[in-house]
Design a protein around this ligand. Sequence first.
Ligand SMILES: [Zn+2]
Length: 350
Amino acid sequence: MRAIFDERQLNHRPARYFRRGAYITHPEQAERAILIRDMLIANGFAIDSPRDFGDAPIKAVHDPAYVDFFKTAHRRWVEAAGEAEPIPTYHPGRRAGRPSRSIYGELGYYVTDTSVPLSEGMYEAIYWSAQTALEAAERVCAGERMVYALSRPPGHHALKDGANGFCVFNNAAIAANRLSERFGKVALLDIDTHTGNGSLDIFYDRADVFMCSIHVDPSDYPTFYLGYEDECGEGAGEGATLNLTLPSGADEALILSRFDEALSAITRFGARALVVSLGFDMAADDPLSEVKLTGRGFETMARAIVRLGLPTALVQEGGYLGPSLAKNAERFLTSCRDELAQGQPDRGAA
Ligand SMILES: [Zn+2]
């Protein structure tokens, strides 16, 4: 199993995060990806750089004007506001109106919360994070059974036209959209502890991508607004969305039972390929976690995902600077590699 990574993803350097009324050090640090990259090297994974597929595959799931905004946003901010950290003050209301011409207006139009400060290297980082996921998807389209995309910043909170929860381009959705062109029916399984609200937004009315997210009950935990169990998709996508919620404090047995429900649903849907939004922030010691998954739980998930027998792109999402981040990534990815080596049949290939 190969891994994909690009060093330019490290160039986004958010400084502060406004959380519960106070500024803290931003949790989404480049160090996260460095720890996982070094773990991959230590475990002998081959790491390849992504090719450049351009911005068309990104604009296939995001509003093109939204994508273009980030190409010049940081420069425009610096021209207007100088050295202050680019965090929006203004946001549209329920009727969104228009983006406005002002960098201050446009920033709040396209960045829905205060968790996504612009930085000088941000566009480079988000662009190569998306290309990293695309490279994994392309290789799966070309016949590789499972590929891991070390994407950073993460992507699953990015809405069609809104940055949210540290995310700008929805890497996993971009990968799933590419796989749907090749395989038809695709499942996107999100095991990050937070709702894959961006992926829900992007695929809510689509019948070809089954979006399944396991996460802490959003009624009392970020991302708050989407991810309730009665949200099942709409229009052509009715029935192709499944939200499986966990109570705060959920233990490993409960998490794994919901995970089993997710895998059964993916099988019933008839997915021919799989994207996993792979967060490690369900770990008991993750700084943002409210549930209690252990390394053993991550291994159980990894082996069960391989046993689905589907061509699979693993796309990195959350997982923050707690003591076990690299250990859990190691346990998950080496378990995938071991399970693949046992020669499971490739049932999903077209
Ligand atoms: Zn998360």
